[in-house]
Design a protein around this ligand. Structure first.
Ligand SMILES: *Cc1c(COP(=O)(O)O)cnc(C)c1O
Length: 395
């Protein structure tokens, strides 16, 4: 073992539960640790490494932009920024965009935008309805919007203005709506909450309720967007359109970047209302522009859709063959294999030893989110490893 874990425990705040591995290099869906051991990476930086590791095209774009112009701030216009804005708007239902650096920051921006809109257009309304088991980030406003009390309780008085209802319960959402409500904030699929799919008709019912009540629908597509769930945006699968959409994770293929998109009627920021020093800088937007061109025009989203179906077929066969497997859920390449017992941690630990990186998203559910350009062969290899692991853990 190298000295990295020791150095980490000495100098880094103890705030992460890390896997006992130091990854030093990657290529496509494969990564290598500091002992030279190879892994198939089905976590991909938490649904971030859209094009896998060390994609040569992305590496060239980053290197070229780094040699040209990394950062100038939003005091100036920037070419990659406007080109990325154009690409996202032309390929989504939204009309305008601004860039930030992470998912939490994107949701912060969306919350501010919705509050400004509600205060101006709904007689001071500023409350946002969010869902239990939702996840929107770790800043103070986004933990206030996150339906997991332990993420916010240690940190003192909470930002007011959020109410929570169960995901999938449209009647509860209706009951929670008051004259103070300005927006509804939900994920099209709850990612961190366990890859929880919306019940049939739920997203459509939420959209309809927002239309009837004059509320904004904010879709947090930080995890589900950018091709992750098989379509470019997850909302497409429900046949609805949000008023505001947030992105991050897969957008930059590993380069930190987030985005807030809005329809014209919700885009109420004026110069000076909000800002970000780094947000949308040339390096991040050039990288994201390349990634999103591959996703949209390069067939990467299509591959993700097909590989996701292939993975789901393996899961269905596991469900038939192993009593321990309760089922599976998800879309595209955001999927979870669900067990009857709380063995996800064991499965992930054994899979790591066997050279497959997975994530225990719930005590009884393992999450799969490989690069969207994962190959059919790699899906089959992962399934073979997993099969052995399930047999070992449950045998
Ligand atoms: C990961 C995630 C976030 C937070 O993104 P960060 O970049 O970690 O701040 C917000 N919303 C959803 C749905 C996420 O999956």
């Amino acid at each position: 073992m190298s000295d990295v874990p020791q150095l980490e425990s000495t100098y880094h705040m103890q705030m992460f539960r890390r896997m006992p591995v130091t990854l030093v290099r990657g290529q496509g869906t494969r990564v290598w640790d500091d002992t030279g051991k190879e892994y198939l990476d089905f976590v991909a930086g938490i649904a971030v490494d859209t094009l896998g590791h060390a994609d040569p095209g992305l590496a060239d774009v980053i290197a070229e932009q780094a040699r040209t112009l990394v950062h100038v701030s939003n005091i100036f216009y920037s070419e990659p920024q406007v080109h990325l804005a154009q690409l996202l708007v032309e390929h989504s239902a939204l009309d305008q965009v601004f860039f930030v650096n992470s998912g939490a920051e994107a949701n912060e921006g969306a919350i501010k935008l919705a509050r400004k809109w509600g205060i101006a257009n709904r007689q001071g309304a500023y409350e946002i309805i969010a869902t239990n088991n939702g996840f929107h980030g770790r800043t103070l406003a986004t933990v206030a919007a996150t339906g997991t009390p332990r993420y916010r309780e240690p940190f003192g008085p909470q930002l007011p203005g959020f109410t929570f209802v169960d995901y999938g319960d449209i009647e509860a959402m209706k009951a929670a709506t008051t004259p103070q409500t300005c927006a509804i904030l939900i994920e099209p699929v709850q990612g961190e909450g366990g890859v929880n799919m919306p019940p049939e008709g739920y997203l459509q019912a939420v959209r309809k309720w927002c239309d009837e009540q004059g509320l904004l629908l904010i879709l947090d597509e930080v995890q589900t967007g950018c091709g992750r769930t098989g379509t470019l945006w997850a909302y497409e699968q429900a046949g609805i359109e949000p008023d505001i959409m947030t992105l991050a994770k897969g957008l930059g293929g590993g380069v930190p970047i987030g985005a807030v998109l809005a329809k014209d009627h919700a885009a109420v920021f004026e110069p000076g209302d909000h800002g970000s020093t780094f947000g949308g800088n040339p390096l991040a937007t050039a990288a994201a522009l390349y990634v999103m061109r591959q996703v949209i025009e390069g067939g990467v989203a299509q591959n993700g859709q097909e590989r996701g179906e292939q993975l789901a077929r393996h899961f269905s066969s596991f469900e038939d063959r192993f009593d321990a497997v309760a089922g599976h859920r998800g879309a595209g390449l955001l999927r979870a294999l669900v067990f009857h017992d709380e063995i996800a941690g064991d499965v992930v630990g054994k899979a790591l030893q066997a050279g497959l990186i997975l994530n225990a998203v719930r005590p009884n559910a393992v999450r799969f989110m490989p690069p969207l350009n994962v190959t059919a062969e790699e899906i089959d290899q992962a399934a073979t490893i997993l099969e052995g692991v399930i047999a070992e853990v449950t045998g």
